[in-house]
Design a protein around this ligand. Sequence first.
Ligand code: PLP
Length: 392
Amino acid sequence: MKLDKSASRPVRKEFLVFGSPLIEQPEIDEVVASMKTGWLGTGPKVKKFEDMFREYKGVQHAMALNSCTAGLHVSMLAIGLRPGDEVIVPAMTFAATANSVIHAGGTPVFADCDPKTMNISPESIEKKITKNTQAIMPVHFAGRPCEMDAIMHIANKYNLKVIEDCAHAIESEYKGKKTGTFGSLGCFSFYVTKNIVTGEGGMVITNNEEYANAIKVLGLHGMTKDAWKRFGDEGYKHYSIVYAGFKYNMMDIQAAVGIHQLPRVDKYWEKRRQIWERYNKEFADLPVILPAETPSYMKHAYHLYTLLIDIDRTKVTRDQFLDEMTKRKLGVGVHYISLNLHPFYQKMYGCKRGDYLNSEWVSDRTVSLPISAKLTEDDIEDIIAAVKEILA
Ligand SMILES: Cc1ncc(COP(=O)(O)O)c(C=O)c1O
């Protein structure tokens, strides 16, 4: 094995891909079975995955789509967003959260985060409300639920809809209630790095039948619902187009993965929880700020393990840290650079540095370490050794 002269531990042979999912034999066999039946598109496995997810979340409706981004977009349309309407979103999020508002014709209005939890701050939300505000889109960042009592209180006070971006938060609960069930709609992601995966994929949940029907129609060309059945064994069915909809449907070969991943959601969660606790213990004395403690009334989904490099206590910058990890063949991530620092939002909405101080403070320091259920003991030891060596 080739030795890195600066390192006390041999450099790995293989690059550890950040967020690489654990894929097991049953989903491989199920995908092959789908290929053999020829039913690759939306079919019975998508329906089964929707039924399983609906049961898992204890809701009335679950609609599978090809991404969480698609889910957020059609959710914005389902609530009837119109040009000029504003939706409050966190600045500390992935672009898809804000872009879904823009694609539906609305305007994203950014709110700052709590620097400890990185979740949207209820105080910041309230300051951003105007006569045009229609909705709030909280993101349960890294899988830690937002302060939903305070957010729902604000939503009720100003008569606003809440659409939860649960891309990180399949397993999360707040005071015993599952994330995605607080507001009108909840949107989930099964992208490759997520807690359970379908490759690309998403799910929208709701207890509102009108929204559920709208999402089914919007997600498949604007065809009247259940149009995917038109080529089934019940014979050809006519459909009507009632909206200029989108091609957002999930395929059976994606659902073939999901129906085997979902029953393992708790097993994978437990594995990540153990890695999380181990990292916390191992990194306690380093010049970093560890993830905020989880209060007992929350269930954290442990989707991202984010360290904040304490740049006041070390000469190593966040970007140097990223480079050093990469040199050691360890994939890392940055979640996120605050949206007000990106050129598009600066150009479109006049955002600039200095607008969202907490989100910027996080942006300058944050780094996400691998925490996938796929990690081996060797992987975990490589990560711990590298972090200590770089920051010691
Ligand atoms: C907070 C957040 N929202 C939305 C998305 C979009 O999810 P998808 O890739 O399934 O469209 C992501 C994806 O990483 C995300 O992190």
